[in-house]
Design a protein. Sequence first.
Length: 296
Amino acid sequence: MPSDLKKSYPFTGKFLDLDGLRYHYLDEGEGLPVVMVHGNPSWSFYYRNLVLSLRDRYRCIVPDHIGCGFSDKPGDDRYDYTIARRVDDLERLIDHLRITEKITLVLHDWGGMIGMAFAVRHPERITRLVILNTGAFHLPKSKPFPLALRICRDTPVGTLLVRGFNAFSLAASYVGCKRNPMNAELRALYQLPYDSWQNRIATLRFVQDIPLNPGDRAYDLVTSVADGIGQFRNLPMLICWGEQDFVFDRHFLAEWHQRFSGAEIHRFPDCGHYILEDAKEEVVPLISVFLDRTMV
């Protein structure tokens, strides 16, 4: 591990064998389990400050999806880069760890769909939810699909930009923080796992798996999750939201609010997508206090 990474990510990761592929995860601390699920194009590094804040009293479990972080980055011949497979992977990790206590989920970006799909499969295992600039339903009708994502999802130019020039991860490291822009060292650490054409495969496949129309590969899964999350309406839920996110913006927040009117919501009008970076001095304590207050 590079020395500059170890300073801010002082963890010893573990690996689960998934049919010959190494699935990296953090398992830090003891206590009630808090499972943190990242999105694209980040990795478990995104949750480092939250893990450091919670591991003295909670068991923090943070996987790197296959193709991300320190997990293996196989070709399409060895791994099915679909959201359904991501949910299966998360389920296998939780079963492997023999977690019997109820789980708190902390979800960001694609982690919202993956984590909530797991929750809909196993509602009896979920006790609290922390939502950070994410979705667990289709693109809201009021939200146009961003042109930049359309290019990456649907065109050969997008493939070249994402896999050849790391444009998706690079752009996210610049636009993801508004109040506190990332410095060059932090941007490099976010991009660290995605240093070659092969190692950027998951970055592209995540974008290509965005379901917009019936018949798209993940469309039915997203529909089933969207139809199923209402059963969690009475669970404690904290929502922390950077309102300058160009994808998960006010339209997504309005959808969460409409579905979960009783959630505790904290809006950050001057912050972007990476809310745990942009407003970490506020959001990390908010999550910590929320978990302590709602402990059963």
